[in-house]
Design a protein around this ligand. Structure first.
Ligand SMILES: N[C@@H](CCC(=O)N[C@@H](CS)C(=O)NCC(=O)O)C(=O)O
Length: 217
């Protein structure tokens, strides 16, 4: 019997969708258990026993528990990848993928969260210019990465694409203007070929609607 792999997930969460898009690209079967953050289910005793940091996504691979979406993607790709295309073993190619993953977790996702979290949870109703500029500067870096390569870390899709696309799709669903970024626009079209794309879009759409509902028109 194959081991049971459970992904604790909440579809509107970008990090959750990043881990799931990676799992879909790797083609590893995961059982999805929804942790409804709007109902604070992450604070239930049973979930806290699994992840005392009470965040999703969290992966339980037959008793081995790990969280942080990008760490989950790396683990799944290393353990279940059919080859090393999604997460190369070659030191330099892997370093580039890691750099892009860290760019996402420490910059792109952070800028998107800085805009959306206060709108979703703190009564903020508009996006202030400095936050807009901050995100656009970061998108400029992504635009630059995509100038010299088809995907964000080379000529084939990797877990850097699944992670970054999951983040970006959240803000696209809010209606972000990316007309200044032609390479990003080109890459977004490519991302529509990723397995799990439609599932990601559905979660992103729900995220976008939740944010837009709180924005002053
Ligand atoms: N850096 C983490 C972020 C995880 C995270 O912040 N998850 C949020 C949802 S987007 C969460 O679970 N929040 C509930 C909580 O922390 O109690 C990752 O990439 O997995």
């Amino acid at each position: 019997m194959s081991p049971k792999i459970v992904l604790y997930h909440f579809p509107i969460s970008g990090p959750c969708r990043g881990a799931l898009l990676a799992a879909r690209a790797i083609d590893v079967p995961v059982e999805i258990k929804i942790v409804d953050l709007f109902k604070k289910e992450q604070l239930k005793e049973d979930f806290l026993k699994i992840n005392p940091q009470h965040c999703v996504p969290t992966l339980d691979d037959d008793g081995f528990v790990i969280w942080e979406s990008r760490a989950i993607a790396c683990y799944l790709a290393d353990k279940y990848g059919k080859d090393d295309e999604l997460y190369p073993k070659d030191l330099k190619r892997r370093a580039i993928v890691n750099q892009r993953l860290h760019f996402d977790s420490s910059s792109l996702y952070v800028k998107i969260r800085a805009i959306c979290f206060p709108i979703l949870f703190q009564g903020v109703t508009e996006i202030k210019e400095p936050l807009k500029n901050d995100l656009n500067v970061t998108l400029g870096f992504l635009e630059e990465f995509l100038k010299s390569s088809k995907w964000v870390a080379g000529d084939n899709p990797t877990i850097a694409d699944t992670s970054i696309y999951a983040s970006l799709s959240s803000i696209l669903a809010v209606g972000w203007d990316i007309s200044l970024f032609p390479n990003i626009q080109r890459w977004i079209k490519l991302c529509s070929t990723l397995p799990g794309y439609a599932e990601n879009e559905q979660g992103a759409k729900e995220f976008g609607e939740a944010v837009k509902k709180n924005l002053k028109s």
